[in-house]
Design a binder for this molecule. Structure first.
Ligand code: NAD
Length: 503
């Protein structure tokens, strides 16, 4: 296998103060093309000193940007939106070359990210406060929201465009400077976004990219000039980010991992459910935080559902994401591919029925490919059920009743997304009401909220109390202030030591 560093592998830069800046730490990490297994770039890993220098420029930029008018901010966001739209194909190609997902999927993530930019163009409306004239005699009261200063985003490999846009569009629109620490596995998309922000007219220093690993992250978490941290990634790291960031007095929203269940009731349309579950289980090779990785089959629907899913798999093509006709690309790294394959073996050993074994599927040589796996008769004790696998492995758990299925979902440590497939409105209503999960789909397999709602799971899928983007994103990136104001005639003034009450 060739994952050595070919002579042409370039070294990427950070983006500081509106320009590319070479790393000086002498630590780097390889970036692979997962479809070939080759190293295509080296990403610099910032030292504490480099992060400190980047924060300094962001602090200076934030103090000006907070005074920019709302119409100027909206104009920059509109220009950024147009550029992102016009250059989607280029950006999608970058995403595919480092992440591996198919081009249409990469374009889809950009489109969902764009929604957040479009939402943020409405910032003049979103930041409108309340005003109460004559709250007391001669007294007016009004509220406003102000930026925090410098805020940071730490993002995962699986959505190198969409997740940064979940954060930076609102953060910048609210008047903050934003520092992005993207995943070191697919870092080039962040630099492309930086170029577009500059072209859109964003002042230098308002959007910064520092690449790195734990050293850069810890520097962000400890830095006294960073007011808030948004994180998306795995649960152990999310918990760590939340605990260390909040211990340092920061606002933190930390979104973690997932194990999303689809509950399929006996009255569901089997073809509709199978199409949806196959799409949501194997799309992006299962490397989505909203991937459906468990199908919970209620009663006698199980045999038909498993057959319908199985029937659909042979026609799906596994190959390089950039090749037309590919349905599913490779996994992100060789280690991750091997780890996912290990789960299939563990599932089989623990007694799961391997209906389709992705390890046996013919896949292109060289890259980090793994075929699609379907496991039936999975039980809640097996590691294929308890762990987030983050690969193209779908587990079917058989239960006797709706209540048993609901209890299974509610007992899981993760609670990001879930979906129910049924034609029974009453059952769907009970499910929506009683399921302990943050995002719910009814006959919708991947219920990622549109940008004018907010995104977030419950339990171990989110640490903190603010969901990401949408209205909750605007409040996360701003601090509220309430002004009570009067302009009395000084001649009427007198001393009164009583607690002020309204009149
Ligand atoms: P990850 O947790 O390994 O990495 C996320 C970020 O944290 C990266 O920028 C990485 O450099 C940094 N990081 C990793 N280890 C660290 C450590 N020990 N200390 C400090 N920083 C560290 O996640 P990933 O593998 O890039 O992404 C996949 C995970 O993200 C999955 O668990 C998936 O469910 C989750 N995810 C969740 C959501 C959501 O909305 N809840 C969305 C996308 C991805």
């Amino acid at each position: 296998m060739d994952d050595t560093n070919p002579p042409a592998a370039r070294t990427l830069d950070h983006w500081i103060s509106g320009a590319r800046v070479s790393g000086t730490s002498s630590r780097t990490s390889p970036v692979f093309d997962p479809a070939t297994g080759q190293t295509t770039a080296m990403v610099p890993l910032a030292s504490k000193d480099e992060v400190d220098a980047a924060v300094k420029t962001a602090v200076a930029a934030a103090s000006d940007w907070r005074h920019s008018s709302l119409s100027r901010r909206a104009a920059v966001l509109f220009a950024f939106r147009e550029l992102l739209h016009a250059r989607t194909d280029e950006l999608a190609a970058i995403v595919t070359s480092e992440h591996g997902k198919v081009l249409s999927d990469a374009a889809g993530e950009i489109a969902r990210g764009l929604e957040n930019v479009e939402f943020a163009t409405g910032i003049p409306q979103l930041l409108k406060g309340g005003f109460s004239e004559q709250a007391s005699a001669g007294v007016d009261v009004y509220s406003l929201r102000q930026p925090l200063g410098v805020v940071a985003g730490i993002t995962p490999f699986n959505f190198p465009v969409m997740v940064p846009l979940w954060m930076c569009a609102n953060a910048i629109a609210c008047g903050n400077a934003f520092i992005l620490k993207p995943s070191e596995k697919d870092p080039s998309a962040a630099l492309f976004l930086a170029e577009l922000w500059k072209e859109a007219g964003l002042p230098d220093g308002v959007f910064t990219v520092v690449h790195g690993d734990k050293e850069a992250v810890d520097t962000i978490l400890d830095h006294e000039d960073i007011a808030a941290v948004s994180f998306v990634g795995s649960t152990p790291v999310a918990r760590y980010i939340y605990e260390r960031g909040t211990a340092n007095g920061k606002r933190v929203q930390a979104l973690g991992g997932a194990k999303n269940h689809a509950l399929v009731l006996p009255d569901a349309d089997i073809d509709l459910a199978a199409d949806a579950i196959v799409s949501a289980a194997y799309g992006a090779a299962g490397e989505r935080c909203m991937a459906l990785s468990v199908a919970v089959a209620v009663g006698d629907v199980a045999d038909d559902l498993v057959s319908a899913i199985q029937e659909r798999l042979p026609s799906l093509r596994v190959g390089p994401g950039a090749e037309p006709g590919t349905d599913m690309g490779p996994l992100i790294t060789r280690e991750h591919r091997d780890r996912v394959a290990g789960y299939i073996g563990a599932g089989a050993e623990a007694g799961a029925k391997v209906v389709v074994d992705g390890r046996e599927q013919a896949v292109p040589e060289g890259g980090f490919f793994l075929g699609m796996t379907l496991l039936d008769e999975v039980t809640p004790q097996m590691t294929v059920y308890t762990d987030e696998i983050f690969g193209p492995v779908l587990s079917v758990v058989r239960v006797a009743t709706f209540d048993e299925g609901l209890a299974l979902i509610n007992a899981n440590q993760y609670a990001n997304g879930t979906a129910i497939f049924t034609r029974d409105g009453g059952a769907a209503r009970k499910f929506k009401s009683e399921v302990q999960v943050g995002m719910v789909g009814v006959n919708v397999p991947i219920p990622v909220p549109v940008a004018y709602y907010s995104f977030g799971g419950w339990k171990d899928s989110l640490f903190g109390d603010t969901h990401m983007y949408g209205p909750e994103g605007v409040s996360f990136y701003t601090r509220g202030k309430v002004v009570t104001e009067r302009w009395p005639d000084p001649a009427t003034s007198s001393v009164d030591l009583g607690f002020p009450r309204t009149r």
